[in-house]
Design a protein around this ligand. Structure first.
Ligand SMILES: Nc1ncnc2c1ncn2[C@@H]1O[C@H](COP(=O)(O)OP(=O)(O)OP(=O)(O)O)[C@@H](O)[C@H]1O
Ligand SMILES: [Mg+2]
Length: 307
């Protein structure tokens, strides 16, 4: 299923969300739309305010200022209807270890209305727990417990699934599987997934878009996957010239290592080149460099970086 994000309302909107505790601002004036049908990453270093924001999104803590709207319902004025559209694992999911995975899901299903046996089966398949679902939870590995947690969060068909650092403690195989079933969930059930992490490399593989926060502030929102499904990356072109000052005056860009670096699209290169040449600048070479998100991030944060 393809979802045209531009044509649909965002699943969730954070509007000037602020969290203060005492004199400390944990999250400051965070405004962000989470488009429908995406795996949306929430990236930031330790202490950036990810968990605090997520706790506000699921109503575990109050919002000091601003509002969060989920599926058109304000968490402030329409709390129950807003959170009913969310499934989340914020802390470790509470499970009965002496029961089987299936019994846990059944137990939980009793507390939410409208969960059928068939739905239980569906979520088990979605997270790929099929072969172990009738084993006791105490015999599960961390990754399997987490799958069960996700299955539980999905029982009531939430529009938005929120996972706080779900890859923590998983091995590479586990991370890969998580990635696969989150994408499947997004594709097959149309669920929007909001997932936090402090690892950029992970977000690049898992997410369609990513919002980057640091010190409680939103720094940037980026699309990671292009329309064709490939990696959307910034393009930069390095012009090797005899006179960087004249070149900069003619085409802009930044001076780096006795060359001019311009962020542009390929189609503009001939024109930029013509400008340089007609302006009397000698061009020795033009080279494209692909800028990784990591480099862009380091540039944005002045080299502070994420781990
Ligand atoms: N109850 C609290 N009282 C005071 N400060 C708090 C409280 N909870 C969190 N903080 C502070 O708020 C900031 C944001 O914390 P938060 O847990 O949201 O970060 P995070 O992005 O989830 O980090 P991590 O990647 O380590 O999980 C941190 O500086 C933290 O110390
Ligand atoms: Mg956290």
């Amino acid at each position: 299923m393809t979802v045209n994000a531009a044509a649909t309302e965002p699943v969730a909107r954070l509007i000037g969300v602020t969290k203060r505790i005492g004199s400390k601002t944990l999250v400051g004036d965070l405004t962000l739309d989470i488009p429908a049908g995406q795996v949306f990453g929430f990236l930031g270093p330790n202490g950036a305010g990810k968990t605090t924001t997520i706790r506000m999104m699921v109503g575990l803590i109050s919002i000091s200022r601003g509002d969060i709207v989920i599926g058109g319902r304000s968490i402030k004025t329409n709390f129950e209807e807003a959170v009913a559209q969310v499934g989340a694992i914020v802390e470790n999911p509470e499970m009965y270890k002496f029961l089987t995975g299936y019994q846990n899901l059944k137990q939980y299903a009793r507390m939410v209305s409208g969960v059928t046996k068939q739905r239980i089966q569906e979520v088990i398949e979605l997270v790929g727990l099929g072969s172990r679902i009738h084993d006791k939870v105490k015999s599960y590995s961390l990754g399997m417990r987490q799958r069960l947690g996700v299955a539980q969060a999905l029982l009531h068909r939430p529009k938005l699934l929120i996972l706080d650092e779900p890859t923590n403690g998983l091995d590479p195989q586990g991370i890969r599987e998580l990635r696969d079933y989150l994408r499947r969930l997004c594709r097959e059930e149309g669920t929007t997934v909001f997932v936090s992490s402090h690892l950029l490399s992970e977000m690049e593989l898992m997410c369609d878009s990513v919002a980057i926060i640091q010190n409680g502030k939103l720094i940037d929102v980026r699309q990671l996957k292009s329309e064709e499904g490939g990696q959307a990356q910034g393009r930069k072109f390095v012009f090797d010239v005899d006179n960087v000052q004249s070149a900069q005056a003619l085409i802009g860009g930044t001076v780096k290592d006795a060359a001019i670096v311009v962020q542009t699209v390929r189609e503009d290169i001939p024109e930029l080149n013509a400008k340089l040449v007609s302006g009397g600048v000698k061009v020795y070479g033009i080279k494209e460099v692909v800028v990784s998100l990591e480099d862009q991030f380091l540039e944005m944060t002045g080299g502070e970086g994420i781990e």
